[in-house]
Design a protein around this ligand. Structure first.
Ligand SMILES: Nc1ncnc2c1ncn2[C@@H]1O[C@H](COP(=O)(O)O)[C@@H](OP(=O)(O)O)[C@H]1O
Ligand SMILES: [Mg+2]
Length: 285
């Protein structure tokens, strides 16, 4: 379905600027992370004042760019009846990877996506600790942001990977479903000679695929729609895919639950991954 939103690089740059501001709201808390009080949400995941500070900023600023509803991990989710009428909306995880934030690993991100007709059409993932960001306009290119400038990024093909002598690189959650990702890595190494499994927190996983540093991400643990939407836009804009285990792209706001199924992020969309990947995605550890 064609969107009527004014999608261009200027909008993407403005969203990146907001993600940078959200990062600036988070960083003072990160510098004194040992002193932060941590609350636990219904899904047992942690939340802190840093998540809430970034959320407040994005709730205020995003509608000034495009006056649309904002659905966020840190704000009460409207009923499905109410949400179902939305054609376009902002979908936000103000601090993705809160466990990584608390551990001090730096692998946490600000995720902002624009959804139109159930599909991510624009996405930004920003890493406050490094100051590096990623942006994607589906059909309009993907970019890496650093020190105020953007450069184009693309996924790598399996042939490019092989020609460069790189092992097949699989990224997976640092904390969830690790056993299953390791087994998949072992199985793939039988076919591809060498396969490395890299544990990475948050949506950085998707960005490593988008910028040609990884070939695959396998996520066999529940996530919510705000965890994947921005990364999906970036990966698709860079030429890749984010699909469920039947190889259908993830859709958004299409059911009462906001939980995603298991998914794969795929760099080379023309490679016959169906031959090599498990086609069931039960959330097994
Ligand atoms: N049981 C569960 N249900 C829903 N989402 C879950 C979950 N366990 C983990 N997640 C999501 O997975 C994200 C972390 O993914 P990863 O392990 O790949 O880094 C968390 O993001 P937050 O840190 O934003 O809460 C959280 O939203
Ligand atoms: Mg998250």
């Amino acid at each position: 379905m064609k969107t009527s939103l004014p999608l261009d690089v200027s909008l993407l740059e403005q969203v990146i600027s907001l993600a940078v501001l959200a990062g600036e709201a988070i960083m003072p808390f990160y510098r004194k992370v040992g002193e932060l009080s941590v609350d636990t949400k219904a899904d047992c995941s942690p939340v802190t004042e840093a998540d809430r500070a970034a959320d407040r900023l994005l709730q205020r600023q995003l509608p000034l760019l495009l006056d649309l509803p904002v659905l966020s991990e840190e704000t009460e989710v409207p009923s499905y009846k109410q949400r179902a009428s939305w054609t376009d909306y902002w979908l936000v995880d103000p601090l993705d990877g809160t466990r990584e934030f608390l551990s001090g690993s730096g692998e946490f991100t600000v995720n902002i996506a624009l959804i139109s007709h159930g599909c991510p059409v624009l996405g930004v993932v920003y890493v406050p600790v490094s100051g590096v960001g990623y942006g994607g306009l589906v059909g309009g290119g993907a970019f890496r942001y650093e020190s105020g400038s953007l450069c184009s990024i693309n996924v790598r093909t399996m042939v490019e990977r092989k020609d460069n002598g790189e092992p097949l690189t699989l990224v997976a959650s640092r904390r969830h479903g690790g056993e299953r990702a390791s087994l998949l890595g072992e199985a793939l190494s039988v076919y591809f000679g060498r396969a490395e499994v890299k544990p990475v927190g948050s949506s950085l996983k998707h960005c490593l695929v988008a910028e040609g540093k990884a070939d695959l991400c396998a996520h066999f643990w529940p996530t919510s729609e705000w965890d994947t939407a921005a990364g999906q836009a970036i990966v698709e804009a860079a030429g890749g895919l984010l699909v469920d285990t039947t190889f259908q792209p993830l859709r958004y706001n299409s059911k009462p639950s906001l939980l995603n199924p298991s998914f794969y992020v795929i760099a080379d969309r023309d490679f016959d991954w169906r031959r090599w990947l498990p086609l069931t995605g039960e959330f097994l550890e």
